[in-house]
Design a protein around this ligand. Sequence first.
Ligand code: PLZ
Length: 453
Amino acid sequence: MRPDATLALVTTAPISQMRRLVTELPGPKSKALDARRSSAVAPGVSSVFPVYVERGEGAILVDVDGNSLIDLGSGIAVVSVGHAAAPVVDAVAEQIAKFAHTCFMVSPYEQYVAVCEALNARTPGDHEKRSALFSSGAEAVENAVKIARHATGRQGVVVFDHAYHGRTNLTMALTAKNMPYRHRFGPFAPEVYRVSMSYPYRDPEGMTGAEAAARAIEQIERQVGVENTGCVLIEPIQGEGGFIVPAPGFLPAISAWCTANGVAFIADEIQTGFCRTGDWFACNDEGVVPDLITTAKAMAGGMPLAAVTGQADLMDKVHVGGLGGTYGGNPVACVAALASMQMMDDLDLGAAAKRIGDQISQRFAAMQADHPGIGNIRGRGAMMAMELVKPGTMEPDADAAKRIVAACHRAGVVTLSCGSFGNVLRLLPPLVIEPELLDDGLGVLADAVTAEL
Ligand code: PLZ
């Protein structure tokens, strides 16, 4: 053991929360690394912007050329507590100096139990719950399906149009979009059925959440049959699919149908969870209580950790030894999760997400007033997006999204695109971002919109 390990990690100089460019982006060192990368890294693994990161703090990333970039993506909704958050750094350093791994299935430890307790307490509903820990979001989703099938004895899995649930074989089957996720990677797992999502911008005008739910339920009953349906799996706000917020009433109606028919309702809150939308979980917004909930991403402040949390009577049905994995609930990731969740409480990051959402919404509305290419603004809390279309139509404009994201990157602001049609620009800032820094980032975005639309 190195007793000075903690000290070495926590004494790095603070990074000021300001955008500052000292080279063009990508700079010379990033370009050199990218050349190395092209002969070493499989091209199937891509990066949205080849600027190589050296350090991070709060909402700032410092690249290898010394540029400070504003991170409005949080590594896809992961570092909600900010980069290098001191409580997370300290917890990780302390834990790794004690022990990094035993495998919980071989020699258990308290940290795993504590994370399960924290998840059981924070996820929607005050019924008795159990949790199981994994390492990636896709793995959590796979396990939620395993549990639902086992508990109900029914194999059918219902998912929605525009859904994203991962890149493993089962989760590819659950994910809606062909390119880049599924193309030529089949055959896919059987017994997966896709039904219509509530997509207010593109649904028939005026369609209510209840009507959209009735449409989906009719599809389930006709195509799958209640007695064959083990679970309905849904992101309460779709992430990769385009930050699609279903019409009010949609989720409660789907959840009520599941309850009435003995079908497990699984909420995939991997992207929406942990204060991102202004509440601990997006389901809370309409008081929806899922039977099973999958979490990952922001839970552990950047360490790989994922979970399935669910009703004790469902979770307890699985035979002893039926769930697990070598790394699931790794102790270093567990202490990072405990520290992150504590920070969310201490700093009231749910309230912070709402403030961030208000600030973004105001700027987005001003941009939309000037640019008819911004067809729709949507999201909740610090999960906000604009859907780009050819002006005067609803025809998706993926190229515009690409151009705006690239212009932001060149100016030192990390933004992301998403959407089934690739035409949605999305923001997922760290929840600790300061208003002035967010304002600067939004100013860069506004300039990019003006230049590119
Ligand atoms: N469920 C709702 O958002 C991951 C994917 C990035 P993993 N989203 C980012 C990419 O292109 O691979 C995600 C999600 C929802 C499941 C997952 C999967 O989580 O940790 O990436 O496996």
